[in-house]
Design a protein around this ligand. Structure first.
Ligand code: BMA
Length: 311
């Protein structure tokens, strides 16, 4: 079995604050989707207030990106949304679902962190739809198709009682969600023991939905963020077929080990290609964007043949 699951792009980092034509301190935790054959990246940037906005970069090859002159999403000034975005908008995920590209993002405010849902048809304008969780939730990914007539999401409620775990919920209309249950929990004294959260929106494979998630391990020198993989049943994603026992990516390059927050690789996006590979995108140390490739079948095999218990 493969052990080197993710091959880093040789010219990482692919995007830094120097590539952004307005003043930002970081470029990280980006969602990526293909739109009309091009790669659209929505990245998070800290401003020098310490609050985050979301910018847009475009690419023909998935590695060389050019940033648009203006941010794509700033904290909202609309009455329904502004109270919950005053501290910033973070960590966008993009999913192509039916005829739109939906964006799930973390909205921070004095009331905590909750998940906003927005949509764009053309990556020119964006429309906020609703908040789809109350506080405190992060890391929401929506599946790219309805399953058994309902939309499906994974997310991660914050909890002081149970380790921070991945939950599934269902919706008839993308706005109202329920039937929630926990599907994957951290494992004690394991690379993901402290908390886990969904990363890229799930990817359909022949053997199941591939879920690339992050896991956190606490050390005397702070937390280490790594990435792992899990596989959910195609017709019932609440059933977890396997969770890879080993991480697939950990901080190793200098810009992943040292940055705004040390020792972090954190993904919000991956693009499945027709040749069976995956382009994976991750923030390095909450400061820069990096990319790499993986073979989808190898990640699926890891989940199925070297699995730790999901719960
Ligand atoms: C998490 C989130 C991520 C961030 C990570 C590492 O709690 O805030 O956006 O990348 O911490 O700092």
């Amino acid at each position: 079995m493969a052990t080197d699951f993710v091959k880093r792009y040789e010219k990482n980092p692919i995007l830094t604050k120097d590539d952004v034509p307005y003043a930002v301190q970081t470029v990280h935790n980006a969602g990526v989707a293909k739109f009309l054959g091009r790669y659209m990246m929505l990245f998070r940037s800290h401003l020098d207030t310490g609050r985050s906005t979301i910018g847009l970069a475009e690419s023909d090859d998935g590695f060389n990106f050019k940033v648009r002159p203006e941010p794509f999403m700033m904290p909202s000034t609309e009455p329904l949304f502004c109270d919950y975005e005053e501290y910033g908008v973070e960590d966008p995920r993009i999913v192509h679902l039916e005829d739109a590209y939906y964006i799930t993002y973390s909205a921070y405010s004095r009331h905590g962190v909750r998940i906003g849902l927005a949509a764009t048809a053309d990556f020119e304008s964006v429309e906020r739809i609703a908040f789809i969780t109350q506080a405190d939730y992060r890391n929401t990914v929506i599946f790219p198709e309805k399953i058994n007539g309902r939309y499906v999401k994974l997310d991660r409620p914050n909890s002081e009682i149970s380790p921070w775990s991945i939950w599934i919920s269902y919706s008839p209309d993308l706005r109202h969600w329920g039937d929630s249950r926990v599907v994957i929990k951290p494992v004690t004294y394991h690379w993901d023991q402290m908390k886990i959260g969904p990363g890229a929106p799930p990817i359909r494979t022949e053997k199941g939905w591939l879920n690339i998630y992050h896991g956190v391990f606490p050390t005397m020198d702070g937390c280490v963020y790594r990435l792992g993989a899990a596989l959910h049943r195609l017709d019932d994603p609440a059933v977890v077929l396997g969770v890879g026992d080993r991480w697939i990516l950990q901080p190793e390059d200098p810009w992943e080990v040292v940055g705004y927050v040390h020792n972090v690789v954190f993904t919000c996006g991956a693009v499945a290609e027709d040749d069976g590979t995956l382009k994976l995108y991750w923030g390095g140390a909450d400061k820069v964007m990096c990319a790499g490739t993986a073979v989808i079948d190898e990640l699926v095999e890891l989940c199925l043949t070297d699995s730790r218990p999901p719960l």
